[in-house]
Write a protein that binds this ligand. Structure first.
Ligand code: NAP
Length: 328
């Protein structure tokens, strides 16, 4: 497993994403399958586990807690948790008020069954409260020894700069994959220049680059992909053309599968530290070994760009994931 450093700690360059394990937006996952997936990731050398209270409304954290207990060694896990999302019957909204953050930290520690979180990330910016105030509250958690390092997710550059003026910022977690590359322009170079680790989410484009999605696929109501605009026609066909051509390219040029190409692509982009990989069964992690031990050259990167540009005439990003603005 390739390793990198986040705030001075060695972590795997592939991190397990546990949104799907929460069991609410990606179909049902049993406790046994979820715990087996987490333990299988650790066995394969993946120590970074990304989670959040919103994933299954606490369930993903509880299952990670159970997996850590079964494993027996807390230090074998690098827990990248999050705070700052709240939910009610209206939906999911950003909430980084001091009271909310303080309660979330205690709830997450309890569910995870631990007395510290390795990396605590603000899930989404709360535009109704100054970033500096949020950073100040999180810095208290570090001072109290309950959190080892701080990160953000879905923040823009001015928001990250504001955060850093108050307390050290160890990481950023933006969306990034072959199809979603908004951070190429500013965020990746800025993070690299400022020694901020980048943990990319949706590295497999929410399964579109996983190799099992085909034309005509249907997702159950409630599955996040049923509302993902990439999975709706007429765009879906354009993305599938790219997927088919990229699959062919990966096989012919490297003898690799699409998922191996997609994850390798993320890891080989300058400035990326860790690619988060969502999985809900151990076998979904089998492809990790095929991601290691090779590199994409500049010519192949250019060919991938060409395939995407020629196939996807009407691209769309992951903006539909943006939470609501709170009303109180
Ligand atoms: P992703 O990693 O882009 O895709 C995950 C999906 O790919 C899996 O659920 C699975 O879909 C499919 N997959 C995985 N392994 C596969 C394999 N071997 N073969 C075929 N398909 C495979 O999804 P993501 O959940 O968006 O991103 C990963 C993680 O990033 C999340 O779990 C979460 O930790 C984090 N995240 C953070 C944010 C944020 O705002 N900070 C937002 C999104 C995600 P099937 O269900 O079809 O099996």
């Amino acid at each position: 497993m390739e390793m990198t450093s986040v705030a001075g700690v060695e972590v795997s360059r592939i991190g397990l994403g546990t949104w799907a394990i929460g069991g609410t937006e990606w179909g049902a996952v049993s406790d046994e399958a979820a715990i087996a997936t987490i333990l299988s990731a650790v066995e394969r050398g993946v120590n970074l586990i990304d989670t959040a209270p919103i994933y299954g409304r606490g369930r993903a954290e509880e299952l990670i807690g159970k997996a850590m207990q079964q494993h027996g060694r807390r230090e074998a896990f690098y827990i990248a948790a999050k705070a700052g999302l709240d939910w009610n019957s209206r939906g999911v909204f950003a909430n980084s008020t001091p009271e909310r953050l303080r309660r979330e930290l205690e709830d997450s520690l309890r569910r995870l069954g631990t007395n510290y979180i390795d990396l605590y990330q603000v899930h989404w910016p709360d535009t109704l409260i100054p970033v500096e105030e949020v950073a100040g509250v999180l810095a208290e958690f570090v001072a109290a020894g309950k959190v080892r390092a701080l990160g953000v997710s879905n923040f823009n550059l001015p928001q990250m700069e504001a955060f850093r003026r108050v307390t050290p910022l160890a990481s950023d977690q933006p969306p990034y994959n072959i199809f979603e590359r908004e951070i190429d322009a500013e965020i990746l170079p800025w993070c690299a220049a400022n020694n901020i680790a980048v943990l990319t989410y949706s590295s497999l484009c929410r399964s579109l680059l996983g190799g099992r999605v085909h034309r005509g696929i249907r997702f159950e109501p409630g599955d996040i992909r049923a509302v993902d605009p990439k999975f709706q026609e007429p765009r879906f066909s354009q993305y599938m053309t790219a997927v088919e051509r990229l699959t062919e390219f990966a096989r012919e040029r490297f003898g690799k599968s699409l998922i191996e190409l997609a994850a390798r692509w993320v890891l080989d982009r300058p400035g990326v530290s860790v690619a988060l990989w969502g999985a809900k069964r151990p076998d979904q992690l089998d492809a990790i070994s095929g991601v290691m031990g090779w590199k994409l050259d500049a010519d192949s990167m250019a060919e991938i760009d060409r395939i995407v540009a020629e196939s996807v005439k009407d691209p769309i990003g992951p903006e539909y994931l943006t939470p609501l603005v709170r009303t109180e």
